[in-house]
Design a protein around this ligand. Structure first.
Ligand code: ZN
Length: 163
């Protein structure tokens, strides 16, 4: 490919960048911690590295010059990737999922939750929930599961703002 393809020629899927230097991180971990799409290339960078891949992983692409020779490329390294804010994801409680199925849309509220962990790390989450308590419970579990790349697993401080 001379430039990033718009769609995968095999399956029609979205094309994303391959990120190297990712150790044994998994793609779901990367998505939750960095809030970006990408295929993880691990730590071994091939001599002629592919730099794009289909989001489903079915095919990888190298950048070539118009004459078909390898184009010089700079691979994307995890250490240079900026994390996007966690607030681009809206988490949904199980109670809200039930409310959606029952079409009780008026019961669903949206909260912005400011948390501080036992290590003093601050993070902002967006949660749709039935009420403040439902939203707090969700935030506590999300932090406990340690899915955001935070060291802390406990919320020592939590402030809610209804949106
Ligand atoms: Zn594909």
């Amino acid at each position: 490919m001379e430039r990033k393809p718009r769609k995968c020629p095999v399956c029609g899927g979205e094309i994303v960048d391959i990120i190297y230097g990712t150790g044994d991180m998994t793609e779901p971990e990367f998505l939750l911690e960095y809030r970006r799409e990408g295929i993880l290339g691990g730590d071994n960078i091939p001599r002629r590295p592919p730099i794009w891949a289909c989001a489903c992983g079915c095919k990888r692409f190298r950048k070539v010059n118009p004459d078909g020779t390898d184009a010089p490329v700079k691979v994307k390294m995890l250490k240079n990737i900026r994390k996007r804010p966690l607030t681009i994801i809206e988490f949904t409680t199980a109670n809200v999922e039930e409310a959606v199925i029952a079409r009780r849309f008026d019961d669903i509220h949206h909260y912005r939750i400011y948390i501080t962990t036992e290590y003093g790390e601050r993070e902002t989450l967006r949660v749709s929930a039935l009420d403040e308590r439902d939203a707090r419970d969700e935030a506590v579990v999300l932090v406990l599961e340690g899915r955001f790349g935070l060291r802390g697993t406990r919320c020592v401080e939590m402030t809610l703002k209804k949106e």
